[in-house]
Write a protein that binds this ligand. Structure first.
Ligand SMILES: *Cc1c(COP(=O)(O)O)cnc(C)c1O
Length: 372
């Protein structure tokens, strides 16, 4: 029997704090009735661009479409190779495949579990067109090193920032460190809608226009009945934009709480459950706080028995997924080993210290010293 339970992620406490503002936003959209293309979309796009210190933001249907639309807008050609770290959500390489390009899976740094400039550079071939930096768990990749590699080899560099709203590299928020940064507003992300949503953030207004057009049936800027490209329908809903505007108002506070929670975990976890390393010069958005443990399956189950829910992001590296079995086999040992050891700990923007203490007490008693 457990006397306490700690869920993995508690959206209801996050949302109840903002309930009156969310109700009001919903009421406004219901009243004006412009459910697609309403004024709240431009308002949110402007606010989120400003949050990222970027000139432009285009709201789209979800974070996966954001990656596809950015790749298309940047002109990544079918048949070319796009370098992608294997330990990401499957949407990153799926977006590459869906535009007709080929994901080139690469391994990651042992300490940060992130793509590095060295790893990216070693994977470049004459067929490479682009690199996607994935800011996994909210920690930015080395964007200055990756920019150098991309520039030296004439490659497109973009970022999958689905987990990195408000993260910083070199004191600068994610959004302007490459040709485009794509975001997801899936409810569980740091900035979550109450449904699906996504955005492409860029400093290039021409790219922003192209992405906007591609996301709206390839419509021309000046005449929505002239279609200058074969696009798709992937728009951010007015309602989601209105709700996101409310959620954006507390993102900095919520991210600050996540940072505090990371220090609690650092203080309270046993040495048998070390956290994924934070590299200097980077401010993580702490989308996930991830420990690495021996015998992860058993520990996860025993934690569950004691009322503590945990996650795994992700149990199978993308290069080992059946959906990518048609690609040449690769051995990516760092990511493969990490996949069997990583354990995402309970985290949300209102988790309390007593809850983190309970989680760490259980881990300390279940993963005794000497096993790590
Ligand atoms: C969530 C996520 C996506 C996909 O976003 P959706 O909005 O769910 O389509 C892509 N990449 C990463 C790294 C993610 O975490």
């Amino acid at each position: 029997m457990t006397d306490q339970t700690v869920g993995f992620f508690d959206l209801s406490t996050v949302l109840s704090a903002a309930r009156p503002q969310l109700d009001a936003a919903w009421g406004r959209v219901l009243a004006h009735g412009q459910f697609v293309g309403g004024p709240e979309i431009a308002e949110f796009e402007t606010a989120f661009a400003e949050f990222c210190s970027a000139p432009a933001c285009v709201g789209v249907g979800n974070g996966t479409d954001a990656i596809e639309l950015a790749l298309l807008g940047l002109g990544v050609a079918p048949g070319t190779e796009v370098i992608v770290p294997t330990n990401t959500f499957v949407a990153t390489p799926a977006a590459v495949s869906n535009i007709g390009a080929i994901p080139r899976f690469v391994d990651v740094d042992e300490a940060t579990l992130l793509l590095t400039p060295e790893i990216a550079e070693a994977a470049i071939t004459e067929r490479t067109s682009a690199i996607i930096a994935v800011h996994l768990f909210g920690q930015p990749c080395d964007m200055s090193g990756l920019s150098d590699v991309a520039r030296d080899h004439g490659l497109i560099l973009m970022e999958d920032a689905a987990q990195a709203h408000g993260a910083e590299f070199d004191g600068q928020r994610i959004g302007t460190h490459s040709a485009a940064a794509t975001f997801s507003f899936y409810p569980g992300k740091n900035l979550g809608a109450l449904g699906d949503g996504g955005a492409v953030v860029t400093k290039d207004p021409v790219l922003a226009d192209r992405v906007r057009s591609l996301s709206a049936h390839g419509a021309s800027e000046d005449d929505r009945h002239t279609h200058v490209a074969i696009g798709r329908n992937s728009r951010l809903d007015t309602l989601q934009a209105a709700l996101l505007q409310v959620r954006l108002g507390t993102l900095e506070t919520e991210n600050a709480h996540r940072r505090l929670v990371r220090t609690w975990y650092e203080e309270l976890l046993p040495s048998t459950a070390p956290l994924v390393t934070q590299a200097p010069g980077r401010l993580s958005a702490h989308h996930q706080i991830v420990a690495q443990v021996e015998d992860r399956g058993a520990l996860k189950q025993r934690l569950q028995d004691r009322g503590v829910s945990t996650g795994i992001h992700y149990p199978t590296p993308c290069h080992l997924q059946p959906s990518f079995a048609h690609l040449p086999p690769a051995e990516l040992p760092v990511a493969e080993r990490a996949a069997s050891r990583i354990l995402s700990l309970p985290l949300w923007s209102h988790i309390e210290r007593s809850q983190v203490e309970y989680v760490c007490e259980q881990i300390r008693s279940l993963a005794p010293a000497g096993v790590g």
